[in-house]
Design a binder for this molecule. Structure first.
Ligand code: IFM
Length: 460
């Protein structure tokens, strides 16, 4: 990418602030299958729960769907070229389970598998490491019809899917993640009805949590058996959970949200137990031997971090608490998410202290409602400021001892932002969804320059 002086900040300390990172620190970008691929009926892909959910009136802003998204399925080579020009060393993407197993289990779809061959080969040719995530929320609808995450059998279905993927790509992919943000798709899908399957059912939520944890263990075992040297993890979203008010009830609500959001998956997966707030609630679904099945050795911790979250006590809500807004005086991003880089630093330090695994930040970034100016450029200064501030927080955490080894911006491209549809843009690269034209934003130029400066520092 040519560095366009008028589009980048001239501060020579951009995002570096003089604190050294490990020499082999990885800079990357992240995406996910349903959010970018489109081509939802191409070449034998089966339906996913998101295809179904998007068709329910009122669920997605503007009635948007992932039917076309960024058409990455057909334009992946152009997207790899964009990454190459950014200078990223790694790309985290997810495999669409229904593209490779249209019914979720049973016969694989060769055309779907071949798509990821092309993607992985293209990345390797471009010198970019493929980091493969098995599950970023697009469950095959056929498995949802058989009970989805509520049935225990899904751990075996997921293990079989993981084995298929590991066998096919394990010769070229070295970094695998089982799940992306399991707490989001379980809590939003079964507690708040904001994601598929659209339920507010506490017992169903607890079944889903436990079966995702069992599936994680089965997935780790399947990948390890096929690719013994693979580096395997799960990716968790971790952000401080805060009470919106000062009452003891709000404090309890924040503790419960913390348990569902930050602990329901890492604690059993890494420490072999549910957190105290959840343990009694999970008793009905946990069977003898389950924690041994769940707590399988992993190699790294994937953390996605955006903003603190807030809870308010609400006795009438299915979970006993409501999702709440940050205080009005809190600094916010253009789409209203609280800005708090110190929280990011503290989360990294706490994860290091608690789990003692190498940490990779697999998502961090900020959303905006954006359009090109008359010159066709996107001057996303707020995103650059965000990336600088959060980059500095990361450096502070590393300087204080956190073992953080990589950072992936969410996201490479503007994409389908779930319930917000295409309104909220998180990309370093702008996507004109009418024409599929890609335009690197000022932040893309900034990120390229920062990665280049880091590389230069490393060779000195
Ligand atoms: O777009 C999402 C992504 O799918 C999961 N993490 C948060 C991002 C921004 O909301």
């Amino acid at each position: 990418m040519s560095i366009r002086a008028e589009l980048i900040d001239q501060d020579p300390s951009d995002g570096k602030a003089g604190r050294p990172l490990p020499r082999d620190f990885i800079w990357g970008v992240s995406t996910s299958s349903y959010q970018i691929e489109g081509a939802v009926t191409a070449d034998g892909r089966g339906a996913s729960v998101w295809d179904t959910f998007c068709r329910k009136p009122g669920q997605i802003a503007n009635g948007d769907t992932g039917d076309v998204a960024c058409d990455h399925y057909h334009r992946f080579a152009e997207d790899i070229a964009l990454m190459r020009r950014l200078g990223v060393q790694a790309y985290r993407f997810s495999v669409a389970w229904p593209r490779v197993l249209p019914q979720g289990s049973g016969p694989p779809n060769e055309a779907g598998l071949a798509f990821y061959d092309r993607l992985i080969d293209g990345l390797l040719e471009a010198g970019i490491q493929p980091w493969l995530c098995l599950y970023h929320w697009d469950l095959p609808q056929a498995l949802q019809d058989r009970g989805g995450w509520e049935v225990r059998e899904i751990a075996r279905w997921f293990g079989d899917y993981a084995r298929l993927v590991a066998r096919r790509y394990g010769d070229r992919v070295k970094h695998f993640a089982t799940f992306n943000e399991p707490s989001v798709f379980t809590l939003f899908g079964y507690g708040f009805a904001w994601h598929p399957p659209g339920l507010t059912d506490r017992a169903a939520l607890h079944r889903a949590i436990h079966h995702v944890n069992l599936a994680h263990g089965a997935g780790v075992d399947a990948i390890r058996a096929v690719v013994p040297r693979a580096k395997i993890a799960a990716i968790h979203n971790v952000q401080p959970s805060r009470p919106v008010g000062t009452t003891p009830e709000d404090a309890a609500a924040a503790r419960l949200l913390d348990a569902y959001w930050n602990q329901a998956f890492p604690e059993p997966q890494l420490l072999g137990r549910y957190p105290a707030e959840l343990a009694p609630l999970m008793e009905a679904v946990v069977r003898p031997g389950d924690f041994e099945r769940i707590q399988r050795p992993v190699d790294w911790f994937g953390v996605n971090h955006y903003s603190p979250i807030y809870a308010r006590a609400d006795a009438k809500a299915p979970l006993g608490f409501a999702w709440a807004d940050a205080p009005p005086e809190a600094p916010r991003s253009p789409i209203g998410w609280q800005l708090d880089p110190a929280a990011f630093r503290d989360v990294l330090l706490e994860l290091h202290r608690r789990y003692r695994l190498p940490i990779y930040v697999t998502e961090n970034g900020t959303g905006a409602v954006e359009a090109p100016n008359d010159a066709g450029e996107i001057h996303d200064r707020e995103r650059i400021e965000y990336l600088k501030a959060y980059g500095e927080a990361l450096r502070e955490a590393v300087a204080a001892g956190a073992d953080v080894r990589g950072y992936f911006v969410w996201s490479l491209l503007d994409n389908f932002e779930w319930g917000a549809g295409y309104a909220n843009r998180f990309g370093l690269v702008y996507v004109d969804f009418a024409t599929q034209r890609r335009i690197p934003k000022a932040s893309a130029h900034w990120y390229a320059r920062m990665i280049h400066a880091q590389a230069m520092e490393g060779v000195q």
